[in-house]
Write a protein that binds this ligand. Structure first.
Ligand SMILES: CC(C)(COP(=O)(O)OP(=O)(O)OC[C@H]1O[C@@H](n2cnc3c(N)ncnc32)[C@H](O)[C@@H]1OP(=O)(O)O)[C@@H](O)C(=O)NCCC(=O)NCCS
Length: 410
């Protein structure tokens, strides 16, 4: 695939708190607009050349509705001739935006595209669009009862035989690696400080979601997060969510509720953007890219188990690039839940030393539509820091899908 990344930027991820989160007072269009504005500043490209602005955002309602992409580029003061559209592939939306941008330029149809993502979960938390997992389609629900992600994560942990200690150890690792990365400034290249649109006051300059004082003891003391959810009688005949999960996977015997706030991705606000260019555009403007998008993929997987797609998506992208898992220097597997990463690592026989080396969404938070584009920058920054070549970014999504992209430094 001939598609190149000129640069990737992101906001810090802010702990989501209605009215109180560091980024909760900004309109989400403004949050993205500030992110977009960084790209021409850093690369020197003329935004009038842009063929499109593609933005992932999951809860497309109210302030996040009205085609956020187009409004954000207008808010950025960019020319009215630039089009923009918003997409939703749940948690994979930000990486899906990159895939579309890469496909657009690789096909020769487009030459310069911004791929971004944003989610302000302080205002719009999980399922804020009211659609639930299946839009309330009772006919579909008879065939696939799609339990919420937390139940899926606990079901995966049960089926894979992961222990609470293993999940907690992964949660602790995420916090420790994120703390080290922050202390060593490993996120600095992608990050920019978000400011108040009127006063210019810095609202947030670094990720404020991590809990660096996390210990194994504190994690072990946390109550599992999804016990009550699992006991909710939401089935057509009053079955609980746990019973519905077990109906699809009777061999689990019982859903062991193991994930806690310390081993689940955090609810956060944030935005990211990636500038993608064709080879012709680079040549015509004498620009040097940071990386090439070698391959992208999207797959569907079991809609009940829901979160086991990343290994399948990664294999598909690796096959397209003619690579094997062992060829990848750095993996960014979105930490939706600890079990998701552990299951992906087991399925692909990955070495922990190469996976989420600067922590992930458990420590840093997961602003749903933004995370995919944020992880692109995280992976590139670390490849450059280490002088390595290949990264693979993958995210599971609600409804049993996953997306992946193979990135190569140039
Ligand atoms: C798991 C989940 C329900 C937890 O929500 P929550 O209980 O509101 O979690 P919080 O992060 O506010 O933590 C609650 C408390 O747990 C404790 N805690 C959380 N993380 C901790 C850690 N790493 N170490 C020690 N204590 C911790 C704290 O006491 C915290 O309270 P405080 O903020 O007042 O200090 C929520 O984060 C969630 O739904 N995550 C998944 C999101 C998701 O599904 N995304 C899509 C993925 S596919």
């Amino acid at each position: 695939m001939e598609a190149y990344i000129l640069d990737a930027v992101r906001t810090p991820r802010a702990r989501a708190r209605p009215g109180k989160g560091a980024l909760s007072g900004l309109h989400p269009q403004e949050l993205l607009a500030q992110t977009l504005k960084q790209l021409p500043l850093r690369t020197g490209v003329d935004v009038a050349d842009l063929d499109d602005v593609v933005v992932g955002v999951v809860s497309q309602i109210e302030a996040q509705g009205a085609n956020l992409a187009r409004n954000a580029l207008l808010a950025a003061g960019w020319p009215i001739g630039i089009p923009g559209f918003s997409l939703n592939r749940f948690c994979g939306s930000g990486l899906q935006a990159l895939s579309l941008a890469a496909m657009g330029v690789a096909s020769g149809v487009q030459h310069l595209v911004v791929a971004g993502g944003v989610e302000q979960m302080s205002r719009y938390g999980l399922n804020a669009d009211g659609g639930g997992t299946d839009g309330g389609n009772v006919d579909l629900r008879r065939r696939f009862f799609q339990v919420p992600q937390g139940i899926s994560a606990d079901l995966i942990a049960t089926l894979e035989g992961f222990t609470r200690q293993e999940l907690d150890a992964f949660g602790l690792r995420s916090q420790q690696l994120a703390a080290r990365a922050q202390a060593e400034g490993r996120f600095q290249r992608s990050l920019f400080p978000v400011t108040h649109p009127q006063t210019g006051e810095v609202l947030l300059a670094v990720d404020d979601h991590p809990r660096p004082d996390t210990t194994a003891e504190k994690l072990a003391a946390l109550t599992p997060s999804f016990i009550q959810l699992g006991a909710r009688p939401e089935g057509p005949a009053g079955e609980t969510l746990d019973e519905l999960a077990l109906r699809a996977y009777p061999r689990a015997g019982a859903v062991r509720h193991l994930h806690t706030a310390g081993t689940s991705s955090g609810i956060a606000d944030g935005a990211g953007a990636v500038l993608v260019a064709s080879k012709d555009y680079l040549r015509a403007h004498g620009l040097k890219p940071r990386a090439r998008v070698r391959a992208v993929s999207a797959v569907g997987s079991d809609p009940v188990l829901m979160l086991t797609g990343p290994a399948v998506a990664a294999r598909k992208a690796l096959d397209a690039a003619g690579l094997k898992p062992r060829d990848i220097d750095l993996w960014e597997i979105n930490e939706a839940f600890a079990a998701v990463v552990l299951q992906t690592m087991r399925a692909l026989e990955l070495d922990l030393e190469r996976v989420n080396v600067n922590g992930g969404a458990i420590a840093l938070g997961h602003p749903l539509g933004a995370t995919g584009s944020i992880l692109v920058g995280t992976a590139l920054d670390e490849l450059e820091r280490r002088g390595q070549s290949l990264a693979l970014v993958t995210l599971c999504t609600s409804g049993g899908q996953a997306v992946a992209a193979v990135l190569e430094r140039v």
